[in-house]
Write a protein that binds this ligand. Structure first.
Ligand code: IVH
Length: 673
């Protein structure tokens, strides 16, 4: 037998055993026999590296660490689901569908809502070639190497389908989560709060060998692009097809009819939820017939044909021991309840937010009260209400401090606001820490590994006062920090160095100017093209920027008038933070430059995302809301309030045919550009 044939046989055998072990939970050889096959394959591949293919199971143990994850543009967007929390909302969903389709009863495919992370897997000619996270739905991160280590993701499908995108959820089984935390404890490392966070942390490892050592699982729930195989016209059958191809699909799925079928399924799953070996946060209902799905279409980023029916937030009661104050990035003082530890929603909770002073008064929360704590999904736990029947005699009312508990500055409360703020600005260490965390954040300068614990230490040790200080950190100072090995220190400095090359939009966002979110930062970058132009702009000038109103313009001026902020900006530039400046070419040189479009309703010949892409390529700006500055509203079928607003403001409205007619003469420009 040739080496190539032996290798091919070994691979097929190993994958078959993997499938039996990880998917069917029914192995038919011993671990030792399996290891022998695996080692033989590894040895042959080491001798014949030219025979290594992307689907070889030896790659499942992880490989060379990456520096960063590449970005992946999803070819079909990864959508989200609308939620229903009550029987009435489920009935309303069914009624909407029946009405839209003009039928008396609808068949639904119903399945579990896995509490993990969405990923998309691309197979070409049946071979797994790329896997990515959902990201913002349009652009995700390339985590191919990590996903290869997930044993129930087949590296090769049972049939050589030309192209198939499998959509599903990566999660960690409860048992694997417990084992992982035991190991973390034994090594003195941080434990994960729940299986979802453990799965997310494991999938976003730059070193795939770490992912390989964590046991992740996968279940498919849908498909993206597909070519070269005839797809059944029903969601339920598509899932059966995936299963036939070797992809893991959870078996608790069913076909039901009508709202009563949906609600029965919800009740049934609620009963077995605690026995499932993994976490779910509800169930999902999907119109089974895919032609009807298309007919129903989408509203913004979610399909009309599907809905997630979520389990109610979990609640538990406990004693409120104290109310402490947390100071946020903008100085907002948030009262936080310190609680006697209580297990709720899958984690032990010791803190819960009380939002602000008015909320405390409204709910009549006092120190020493017995309170109900609520936690839903991944959101911050909150104090829902007081159990007045159990109020002890010795409760104390909470008083908002008049000085900041961190820096002692005066606390101010604007008349029209519920929040009190510390007036210390960046003099206040708490605000400084939050500002640094924001600066380093993923959507800002993206400094990997600079989390809250580290920022805390850097500020407390007086190593870092402003963002610019980050770029002056030396290895020796960093190594001195608690729990910091030489390798982590080198990695941190590399991540800081790496962040120097950025974009103007990220830089503006990273500055943390009040009221300047990511979108406004992008608008400002787009409008001015260079930082110096932005620095020179006065308020009247800022008002010319799309979507910038008086409040935002004022915040920007306030921020830039502060000498301290100017200095930090100059220091950052001096440290080598840089980006490509573009000279307003985009804003003036293209056929639709300076025009703002709003898209609404469903289009028949292209998706809204595709229309947006076309418009942006031609220089137009696509905005989410209609205002006086809108030039055109493109209205598809079932356009709603945006269309009304456009009529009200007298904005030019285009239907799909008029839109296509507008684009047609510009087609050359697009292909040329
Ligand atoms: S379908 C076209 N099905 O929930 C709709 N999603 O809230 C695409 N999820 O990002 C999603 N279980 O991560 C679908 N059985 C299921 C699911 C499921 C979990 C997650 C998924 C998605 C999120 C939407």
């Amino acid at each position: 037998m040739s080496v190539a044939t032996r290798i091919a046989r070994l691979r097929a055998q190993i994958e078959q055993h993997n499938h039996r072990y990880y998917v069917l939970d029914d192995p038919n050889i011993s671990d030792a026999e399996y290891d022998q096959l695996f080692r033989e394959l590894q040895a042959l591949e080491a001798q014949h590296p030219e025979l290594i293919t992307p689907d070889t199971p030896t790659l499942r143990v992880g490989g060379t660490p990456l520096k960063i994850f590449r970005e992946v543009q999803h070819r079909t967007p990864m959508l989200s689901l609308n939620n229903a929390f009550s029987e009435a909302e489920v009935r309303a969903f069914d009624a909407r569908i029946r009405e839209a389709l003009g039928v008396d009863e609808v068949e639904y495919a119903v399945e579990l809502k896995f509490d993990g992370l969405a990923v998309t897997l691309t197979y070409l000619d049946g071979v797994f070639v790329q896997g990515a996270t959902r990201g913002d739905g349009s652009v995700g991160e390339d985590v191919t190497e990590n996903l290869r280590t997930v044993r129930d993701i087949p590296l090769r499908l049972n049939e050589p389908v030309a192209e198939l995108e499998v959509r599903g959820e990566v999660l960690m089984f409860n048992r694997d989560f417990e084992l992982l935390n035991e190991a973390q404890r034994a090594r003195g490392e941080k434990e994960f709060v729940n299986p979802r966070n453990a799965a997310a942390g494991s999938l976003r490892q730059l070193d795939s060998r770490i992912t390989a050592a964590r046991r992740l699982s996968f279940f498919a729930y849908g498909m993206g692009r597909c070519a070269g195989i005839e797809l059944p016209g029903e969601h339920h059958s598509q899932m059966a097809l995936l299963q036939r191809l070797g992809v893991a699909v959870a078996h608790q799925r069913r076909l039901v009819r009508g709202a009563s079928g949906l609600l029965d399924y919800f009740a049934d799953i609620g009963r077995i939820r605690a026995e499932l070996p993994f976490a779910i946060d509800g169930v999902v209902y999907k119109v089974n017939d895919t032609a009807l799905q298309q007919q129903l279409g989408y509203v913004s980023r979610a399909p009309r044909f599907a809905i997630a029916h979520k389990f109610p937030a979990e609640e538990a009661s406990t004693t409120l021991l104290a109310i402490e104050i947390q100071v946020g990035r903008t100085g907002a003082l948030t009262p936080v309840a310190r609680l006697a530890p209580v297990f709720v929603g899958g984690v032990t909770v010791t803190n819960a937010t009380l939002h602000n002073e008015d909320e405390i008064r409204r709910k009549d929360v006092r120190i020493n009260d017995v309170v109900v704590v609520r936690r839903a999904g991944d959101v911050i736990p909150e104090v829902a209400r007081v159990v007045l029947e159990h109020r002890p005699a010795d409760t104390r009312a909470f008083v908002m401090p008049s000085v900041c508990p961190v820096c002692g500055s005066h606390v101010a409360k604007a008349e029209d606001e519920a929040v009190s703020r510390c007036t210390g600005g960046l003099f206040c260490p708490a605000q400084r820490k939050q500002a640094l965390l924001h600066f380093a954040g993923r959507r800002a300068m993206n400094i990997d590994g600079l989390g809250d614990k580290l920022v805390e230490q850097l500020v407390d040790a007086n190593l870092v006062r402003t963002p610019a200080d980050l770029y002056r950190l030396g290895l020796l100072a960093v190594i001195e920090l608690e729990r910091m090995g030489e390798k982590s220190a080198v990695n941190l400095l590399a991540a800081i160095e790496h962040s120097k090359q950025t974009t103007l939009a990220r830089f503006i966002f990273a500055l943390g100017i009040r009221n300047v979110g990511e979108t406004t930062a992008k608008d400002l970058a787009q409008h001015y093209g260079s930082l110096d132009k932005l620095l020179a702009a006065d308020e009247a000038d800022l008002l010319q920027v799309r979507d910038v109103g008086p409040v935002v313009a004022h915040s920007i001026r306030d921020f830039l008038q502060e000498m301290h902020n100017r200095e930090v900006i100059e220091q950052l530039r001096a440290c080598g933070v840089a980006w490509q400046e573009h000279e307003m070419r985009v804003a003036t040189g293209l056929p639709l430059s300076g025009k703002t479009f709003v898209l609404t309703g469903t289009l028949s010949s292209l998706s809204r995302d595709a229309a947006k892409e076309k418009l942006e390529a031609l220089g137009a700006k696509v905005s989410g809301s209609v205002s006086k500055k809108t030039d055109y509203v493109l209205a598809g079928t079932e356009a709603g309030s945006k269309l009304d607003k456009a009529r009200e403001l007298g904005v030019t409205i285009l239907d799909e045919a008029q839109f296509m007619a507008l684009l047609a003469p510009l087609a050359d420009f697009q292909s040329a550009g």
